[in-house]
Design a protein around this ligand. Structure first.
Ligand code: PLP
Length: 382
C-alpha cells in the first residue's frame, strides 16, 4: 500500500485530506513523492516560520538528541532554564514566568486554569469566530466545532470580535479572563484594532479580569513583531504560544505576568519543557532574531498584500492581514481555488469557506512570493 492507502486504513481520518503526499522540504519549498515541488504558503499551518529543514534547527535538534532528550519538570535543566529566561526577555513588558507545554490547545488549557486559579472566578469571555484548540477546555473558549461535544466547561460566553460595546456588556466582576486572538486565524484572518485591544485591556483591569492573548498563530514573528500584542501596545496577563515557537518541534508556552501565581500541583505535563523541544525553540528564536525575520515578515507581508490587492478580480471581496498572515476573502467558495493552486505548484490554506489564507515561512524569498502571486492571479482572474 502507498502512503494515502496506509493512512486511510490505519490512521484516523479527522482531517479533510488533499491528494498529496509530502515527503521533503527546504526553506519555503516542499516536494511530493513524485518529485514535484510546491511553494509552501501553509508552513505547516504557521509552524515552519524559519523554513523547512533549516540546518541551524536540524543541528540544534541533533546535538540535543545526542545529549539529553527528556527531563521531567521535577528536575532543573540547563536548556529549559535558558529558554524560559529568553522568552521572558523577548516578551512584552511585565511578563515574568513561563509554563512550557506541547501544543496550542495545551497552552490555552493551562491559561484557562491559571486564570481561574489566580482570580478565583469561573467566567470567561471570548470572541465569535475565535479558535483556541480542540481539547475540551480550549474548545469551551472556541466558538466553532463545539456542537457535538456539549456540555463543555460552563461559564464561557461569546461576543462579536472587535466590538467593544458587546465585550463591555459581557465582562463582569465574575469574569476570570477575556481570551482573544490578535488576528483571528481560523476564523478568516481578521485583525483586531489597536483601539479595541487597548480598551479591552483597560476594561479587564477595571473589572479585575485577566486578558489572555492567544498568540498561538500570530506569535514568534509571524505578524511582523515577535508578539502581535506589541503592535497594539498592550501588556496582556497571559500570552499563549505554540506553532512557530520551536520551528516545527511540538511545543506550547504560556507567558505570564505578575498576577499569575502557579504553585506546586496546580498544573503539570510529562513532555512539556523537554530539552529537545527547548533546544529547538532556542535555535528558532535565535534564527528569527539574527535574520531579522520580524522585519522581513513586515516587508514581505506588505509586498504580498500590495501585489494581491493589485489583482483585478471580481471574485475578491477583500485582502487583509498582518505581516505574513494574510487572508483573501472571496465572494465564492475557496476550495476549488486551493485545489487549483495545488495543481499550479502553490500550497495555500482555507480559513472558513470563503477565505484563502497564506502563512508562508518567514524565510520565503521575494521571487517565491512573486511566483505564488502569479499563480493566485491566474486562479482568481475573471
Ligand atoms: N489557538 C490558535 C489561535 C490557533 O490558531 C490554534 C491552531 O490552529 C490553536 C490555538 C490550537 O493549537 P494546536 O493545534 O497546536 O492545539
Amino acid at each position: 500500500m502507498n502512503a494515502p492507502e496506509l493512512e486511510q486504513t490505519y490512521g484516523f481520518e479527522v482531517f479533510p485530506k488533499r491528494e498529496l503526499t509530502i515527503v521533503r522540504g527546504e526553506g519555503a519549498i516542499l516536494w511530493d513523492d513524485a518529485g514535484k515541488s510546491y511553494i509552501d504558503c501553509t508552513a505547516g499551518v504557521g509552524v515552519a516560520s524559519i523554513g523547512h529543514a533549516n540546518p541551524r534547527l536540524a543541528d540544534a535538534i541533533a546535538e540535543q538528541a545526542k545529549t539529553l532528550v527528556t527531563c521531567p519538570g521535577i528536575f532543573y535543566n540547563d536548556v529549559r532554564a535558558r529558554l524560559v529566561e529568553k522568552l521572558v526577555s523577548i516578551a512584552p513588558d511585565g511578563m515574568q514566568h513561563v509554563f512550557l507545554c506541547n501544543s496550542g490547545a495545551e497552552a490555552n488549557e493551562a491559561a484557562i486554569k491559571f486564570a481561574r486559579h489566580a482570580t478565583g472566578r469561573t467566567q470567561f469571555v471570548s470572541a465569535m469566530r475565535g479558535f483556541h484548540g480542540r481539547t475540551l477546555g480550549a474548545l469551551s473558549a472556541t466558538h466553532k466545532y463545539r456542537d457535538q461535544f456539549e456540555p463543555l466547561i460552563p461559564g464561557f460566553s461569546f461576543v462579536p470580535f472587535n466590538n467593544l460595546d458587546k465585550l463591555a456588556a459581557a465582562v463582569s466582576e465574575e469574569t476570570a479572563a477575556v481570551i482573544l486572538e490578535p488576528v483571528q486565524g481560523e476564523g478568516g484572518v481578521r485583525p483586531g484594532s489597536a483601539d479595541y485591544f487597548q480598551a479591552v485591556q483597560s476594561l479587564c483591569r477595571e473589572r479585575g479580569a485577566l486578558l489572555i492573548m492567544d498568540e498561538v498563530q500570530t506569535g514568534m514573528g509571524r505578524t511582523g513583531a515577535m508578539f502581535a500584542s506589541s503592535h497594539f501596545g498592550i501588556q496582556p496577563d497571559l500570552i499563549c504560544l505554540a506553532k512557530g515557537i520551536a520551528g516545527g518541534v511540538p511545543m506550547g508556552a504560556v507567558v505570564c505576568g505578575e498576577r499569575i501565581v502557579a504553585e506546586i500541583g496546580i498544573h503539570g505535563t510529562t513532555f512539556g519543557g523537554n530539552p529537545l523541544a527547548c533546544a529547538a525553540a532556542l535555535a528558532t528564536i535565535d534564527y528569527i532574531e539574527e535574520h531579522d525575520l520580524c522585519a522581513e515578515a513586515r516587508r514581505k507581508g506588505d509586498l504580498l498584500t500590495e501585489a494581491l490587492r493589485g489583482i483585478n478580480s471580481s471574485r475578491i471581496r477583500e485582502v487583509r492581514g498582518l505581516g505574513l498572515m494574510i487572508g483573501i476573502e472571496l465572494k465564492e467558495k475557496v476550495k476549488p481555488h486551493i485545489l487549483g493552486l495545488m495543481e499550479k505548484g502553490v500550497l495555500a490554506l482555507p480559513a472558513g469557506a470563503t477565505v484563502l489564507r497564506l502563512l508562508p515561512p518567514l524565510v520565503i524569498t521575494d521571487e517565491q512570493l512573486e511566483e505564488a502571486v502569479a499563480a493566485i492571479r491566474e486562479s482568481l482572474s475573471d
